[in-house]
Structure formats: C-alpha cells, structure tokens
Design a protein around this ligand. Structure first.
Ligand code: COI
Length: 356
C-alpha cells in the first residue's frame, strides 16, 4: 500500500445542477498528482486541491507533444452506489500508450488505488441525472524544461474529474458525420492505437471543415488507400448490415481499441448477433445503404457512450440512416450498456467496480 497524501481544499466549490451539465467544462475540488524522475521513478503521489500549477515555457510537452491521456467514468447507480466501468482496462491502456510515447510505465495498482481514493473524496460530485456521470481524465505530460527532441526525463501524472452530461450538443440524438478522404488521422506504424494528445490535434482541422458543412464529426478512412473505414476520433464506429454487426478491425494499429467498442462486441455476441471485426470500405457501406441493407450505424466511446449516426456524407453521397432517427439496435445497445453502468441490468461480465 502506498502512502497517498491528502491536502483538503479550503474553498470547496458549488456543485452544478444536473440540467446544466455539458461535457468537460467544470472540475471538482481535488485532483491526484504524482511526479517522475529517472532517479526516483514515480514519487510523491498526492491528492490536492484542483487548480493551476506553474511550469516553464520550455516544458517539453508544449513543444513536442509527449502527452497521453485516458477517459473513463464514475456513475451513481440506481442503488445510490458510486461505481466505475472496466477501470483496470483503462489503466492498462494508459501503459500501452505510455510505451509508444516513451513515457515510463505507471504502477497500475497504485493508479487504481489513487483513483478509488480520489473518487471516495469527490463522491458527492457524481451527478445523478439521467445520462450524467463523473468523467475521469488521467493524463501524463513530459515536464523537462528542454528544447532537444528526445524523451523527457521527468513527467507529471494527473487525474482530474469533471461532472458531465452528453458529449455531443445533440444529446443522445443521432449525429451527422462527414467522411473525409482528404485528411488522415493516423497511419500504420503511427500513434493511432494510443490515446496520444497528438491524435486529437491531428483531427482538428478536418473537424472544423466538417463543422462548417453542418457535420458534427469526421469519419476517418485509412491513410494509404483512403477507402477503408477507421474511426471517428472521439469514438469507434459500428455498422449493422443485413443483420451482421461490422466494425473495423484493430489489426493495422491505426485505430484506438475502445473499451466501449470491446464491451459492445462482447454484449452483441452474447445476445447471439454475428460480429465481424474486419476491413470495411466506405464503398461497401454505401452499397449496403443503396441496397437497403444498412440497418444501423453508431459510434462507441466512453464520452460518446453509444452515439447513433443519422447521416454520413461521403463526397456528397448522402447516406441517411433510419431517416436520421435513432436505430433500433443503437437504442437496444445504449439501454443495455447504460443499464449495466447504472445498475439496472445484471453485470454478467464483471465489468463494474464499486467504489463506495
Ligand atoms: C473518451 O471517450 O473518453 C475520449 O477520450 C474521447 C474524447 C477525446 C472526449
């Protein structure tokens, strides 16, 4: 057992109403922090008041983007318990991202212990409105004050918490997505499978262009042929074609292995659906739509949960799905997954970890 120091805030904040919750704009009273140096390893784990901290303008993260993060949620379930969903999978993925970005591995047990302690302290911040939760954002930044291009020798690890509602402004209604074959998010051999801050920076320009055209997000295609579907950046993507659930496979290493993605595959298979993880071209999606076989399209992610897609625009070929309304399968999966998270459905896969 490590010794996590706790310094309590002397100025607790007012908690927001459920109705006013958006995504990621309000932060709780405390955060977890620890430091790393090559000689000490990770040291000084502590929970301290949430707030600004001073760094040098030469901080390596600012210049070369050596930064990774995770996203998971704590829920107040219908029994009044505070629970999390597959947290150890997120912590394990943080270490996979760390390896690729030359960031030192964290002790997964210590991080889990720190998260539990932080959530116990902040339990009153977990909202109880329909579809609300406490978003958990662990992240690591490189902190050497240096301009040489190399891995940093020092780092900071944080966990911050934010009470949230739906990720998209549409709420849980279908989103419109623009398929880009002009820009790419990640190539084979790159950072695509990690939660590197750089992947999100790479997505911004195309997302802004899509927004100007009236679309909420971008669907990325593969970097080489610009024909195979990859992911949305803030979520993985699923198509239900002629009764079969199809999602791009993770094999090429350019797609994030989402924990919600994996949960949906497991749930769908357990319900008897056929699931295919494979290459799927945008042409195939378009043909399925033309033949009336495209039954549903939805994204999955911690922040996005299950987000139905109402329209895809691929070079001005408009693929309208379920007349722009939420599909039956999306709705069923949303209810099933959130049912497990909020304690309305049995947790047959042991995904829920109770905090308090
Ligand atoms: C999440 O779903 O937790 C993510 O990390 C996506 C995000 C960038 C909001």
């Amino acid at each position: 057992m490590s010794n996590i120091q706790f310094i309590k805030t002397s100025t607790p904040k007012q908690r927001p109403d459920n109705d006013s919750l958006q995504f990621g704009s309000i932060f709780t009273d405390h955060m977890f922090v620890m430091d790393y140096s090559t000689d000490k390893g990770w040291y000084d784990p502590r929970i301290v008041p949430y707030g600004p901290f001073e760094v040098e303008p030469s901080l390596m993260t600012f210049h070369y983007g050596q930064a990774i993060f995770e996203g998971l949620k704590a829920y107040r379930n219908i029994h009044g318990d505070i629970v999390t969903f597959r947290p150890l999978d997120n912590i394990a993925r943080l270490n996979r991202s760390a390896e690729r970005l030359c960031i030192p591995q964290v002790d997964e047990k210590l991080v889990w212990e720190a998260l539990k302690k932080l959530l116990e302290i902040e339990k009153d911040w977990v909202p109880d409105g329909e579809g609300t939760s406490l978003y958990i954002r662990p992240f690591i930044i490189a902190t050497d004050p240096s301009l040489g291009v190399r891995p940093s020798d020092t780092y900071k690890f944080f966990i911050i918490l934010s009470p949230v509602g739906a990720y998209y402004a549409e709420g849980f209604k279908p989103v419109k997505i623009y398929v880009t074959d002009k820009y790419v998010r990640a190539a084979r051999g790159g950072l695509g499978y990690t939660k590197a801050a750089a992947n999100y920076a790479a997505s911004l320009y195309a997302a802004e262009e899509a927004k100007k055209k009236g679309y909420t997000q971008v669907l990325w295609l593969d970097a080489c042929s610009h024909s195979y579907v990859e992911e949305v950046g803030t979520m993985n993507i699923f198509f239900k074609i002629d009764g079969v659930l199809v999602t791009p496979s993770l094999e090429g290493g350019s797609i994030l292995g989402g924990i919600t993605r994996d949960s949906v595959i497991t749930l769908a298979e357990s319900m008897g659906y056929k699931v295919e993880e494979r290459l799927i071209s945008i042409q195939e999606v378009y043909e399925a739509h033309r033949q009336g076989k495209l039954e549903d399209v939805f994204g999955t992610g911690t922040a996005a949960v299950i987000s139905p897609v109402g329209e895809l625009n691929w070079n001005d070929n408009i693929i309208k799905i379920n007349d722009g309304e939420m599909g039956e399968f999306s709705k069923m999966m949303y209810d099933k997954l959130t049912g497990i998270q909020y304690g309305k459905e049995e947790d047959s896969f042991g995904w829920i970890e109770k905090i308090c």
